[in-house]
Design a protein around this ligand. Structure first.
Ligand code: GRE
Ligand code: ZN
Length: 323
């Protein structure tokens, strides 16, 4: 498929690049680093070769979310967004953008989001999970009441947001001790991001803002696979859950799911059976993943050509209001 749109595609700036080093084997780091910092060479070459017309770009992880000093977080977010805006200006038909936001200061995050959408033409924002606020060990999730006004601003802009993984604070997660190969994209990313997404979905956020749309990568971080059981259990007793509907209802009306880093047909089919093909979108997770692996799988996997066109392109055109 020639004109795919991909939307979990990452870059880094000088101030955030080292955050990604722990995720590369030493002999691979130089290559990953080059690809994260590059916009116009390998990135566009790979898009051309493997049929991605447009990449909606976002900052690496955790980047801004991992900066406890709010003032510094505001500065780094603005820098990253300005770098991205310049690249979009140079390649408006090839790149779009998700804003990086300093959630450490919800009021500043709202203003930066407005700037990115109304002045820079970004397609929404991407947050790398919780934010550390004030000190390294203080973590904040976005169902916290302090974000009420932020979410009103976000909803009014009518752009979706991407809930992207970061690792939990490993000094607070003894379950990974002695099994560090399970951290990061192996398993910890999905657990951390899945719970954060479930917190938001069950918090009442989507009752207050029924039009708000959340994007999850990696085929929904395990949620579609388990959603029946989640609702089955909560149907027997809601245990104080404050939202109006079942979590699966929000999954089917407020969530979009991408194929990033999870190039597997049984998983795609199962997700289609849970949420339908209108809420699934192609993505790669470049440069942590290869366009080649994503496209070789997606371009030929056994789904209808109607579904391939929707998932590969049309659903994103609709969601982001692209021309
Ligand atoms: C990502 O941001 O998607 C990512 C990382 C680190 C390792 C793998 C990965 O930040 O997909
Ligand atoms: Zn990613």
């Amino acid at each position: 498929m020639k004109n795919k749109i991909a939307l979990e595609e990452h870059f880094a700036i000088d101030l955030t690049i080292t955050d990604s080093q722990v995720y590369a084997r030493p002999e691979m780091w130089q290559g990953l680093k080059n690809n994260l910092l590059d916009f116009e060479q390998q990135r566009i070459e790979q898009m051309d070769e493997w049929g991605t017309e447009l990449s909606i770009l976002s900052l690496n992880s955790p980047a801004v979310q991992g900066i406890p000093d709010a003032k510094r977080a505001v500065e780094v977010a603005r820098r990253a967004n300005d770098v991205l805006a310049e690249q979009i200006r140079r390649h408006p038909t090839r790149f779009g953008g998700f804003a990086a936001l300093p959630m450490q200061d919800p009021e500043a995050a709202a203003r930066e989001l407005e700037r990115c959408v109304t002045q820079l033409g970004f397609h929404g924002f991407l947050v790398n999970g919780f934010s550390q606020v004030g000190d390294e060990n203080t973590v904040v999730y976005y169902d916290d009441p302090r974000f009420a006004d932020f979410w009103s601003t976000a909803a009014a802009l009518k752009k979706p947001f991407y809930m992207h993984p970061r690792d939990p604070l490993l000094n607070r997660e003894p379950i990974y001790e002695g099994a560090h190969w399970l951290t990061g994209p192996t398993w910890a990313f999905a657990v951390e991001t899945g719970i954060h997404a479930l917190r938001l979905l069950s918090s009442g956020l989507f009752d207050r803002h029924p039009e708000l749309q959340m994007i999850l990568g990696h085929f929904g971080e395990g949620i579609p696979f388990n959603i029946w059981r989640v609702d089955h259990i909560l149907r027997k007793g809601r245990r104080g859950m404050p939202c109006d509907r079942e979590i699966g209802d929000y999954l089917r009306s407020n969530v979009h799911i991408t194929t990033s880093g999870n190039f597997r047909t049984p998983t795609l089919l199962s997700t289609m059976l849970e949420v339908g093909s209108d809420r699934i979108m192609y993505s790669v997770d470049y440069p942590f993943e290869k366009h080649e692996d994503a496209a070789r799988w997606f371009d030929r996997c056994e789904i209808s050509e109607n579904d391939r066109r929707k998932i590969g392109r049309d659903n994103a055109v609709k969601l982001f209001g692209l021309k």
